[in-house]
Design a protein around this ligand. Sequence first.
Ligand SMILES: NC(=O)c1ccc[n+]([C@@H]2O[C@H](COP(=O)([O-])OP(=O)(O)OC[C@H]3O[C@@H](n4cnc5c(N)ncnc54)[C@H](OP(=O)(O)O)[C@@H]3O)[C@@H](O)[C@H]2O)c1
Length: 349
Amino acid sequence: MTGITSASTGRSVRGWLLSVPYTPPTMVSLPPEEVYRKIVATGVKAEGLGARILGLGAFTSVVGDAGITVAQRLPIPVTTGDSYTITVAVQALREAGEQMGRPIRNATVAVVGATGAIGKTCAEILSREAGELILVGRREDALHAVKERCKGPAHVTISTRVNAIYKADLILTVTSAVHEIIEPQHLKPGAVVCDVARPRDVSRAVAEQRDDVLVIEGGMVEVPGAVDFGFNFGFPPGKAYACMAETIALALEGRYEDYTVGKDISAAQADEIGEIATRHGFKLAGFRSFEKPVSDQHIDEVRQVMVYTQVIASVFTPPYEVSPMEVTPSPDIFAVLLFLFFVLFIALS
Ligand SMILES: NC(=O)c1ccc[n+]([C@@H]2O[C@H](COP(=O)([O-])OP(=O)(O)OC[C@H]3O[C@@H](n4cnc5c(N)ncnc54)[C@H](OP(=O)(O)O)[C@@H]3O)[C@@H](O)[C@H]2O)c1
């Protein structure tokens, strides 16, 4: 990667994208030790190239203890990118809500995957801003613990049922499920969903059947400078995932240290990396939905359809019975999930 230049200092960094050739289903099915070995071997290669910090992208940060073991075994520092992912996800949900006429302060907000590394800190931050907050996860005891962390004024409830999100105006979903878990019937008219998960949590059927809801991908960021990633990972030129951006921002800041490792991330750390990234010129890069850009016109159309469907929905109750959060994987999704799993390395040029 070349051309990355800080907007505040003019400092440039270069880096490498290296792939760990495992899909998410493979990573979750293998013993963590085997996946660690592969990631560490890639990290050693990165160090040989001259990298001074290693970023763990996508599922390489989800496996096992989220970077702690990998950091212990490598001579260069490691970060998962989760702190900046949290900041950008909340920002994207907030901005999409505003554009849909659903400001977060009046909204019922749901976090799906609320017991995860990213989800629990998003919940903590959203409890400062939302009217009501619904935490959705698989384990009730863990949900209670996350609820304890939510010190903001929002009224917080928990649920182990994904259909609890039907009440929500704004939904942030960030599970590490390897299959889709949010289906068209789970969403009320006008709902805004920020899907941070990779592979995604929201079923493609939502895009096909629900033109009255807005689904955006969380975490696309504009990187400062005339950036050439040297590889097309599916984003427009100059745009990166927030987890990649965290590693780049730390390199621009000269913070060659283990930054985000492990599954306990403080809201203060998410705030700090947000401040560092903004200072160097990173910013939210508009919205995308199912690999396509979301235009203002599309948002207007969703709002119009929402008004009609809300009238109809007010007459009927939700058309389904409660179902467990865990759903059976649909086999075809695995074909779609030939997703890039990368580790990102940045070094001073
Ligand atoms: N867009 C980006 O830039 C970016 C950056 C980093 C990560 N990510 C993505 O964010 C997601 C979450 O990462 P994380 O580090 O927070 O993961 P994590 O710590 O493993 O947490 C995952 C959460 O998902 C839940 N979960 C796992 N499998 C599930 C299933 N089958 N059904 C329902 N819930 C399930 C977990 O529940 P339990 O607590 O019960 O296990 C937990 O709440 C991943 O998809 C990752 O690839 C995206």
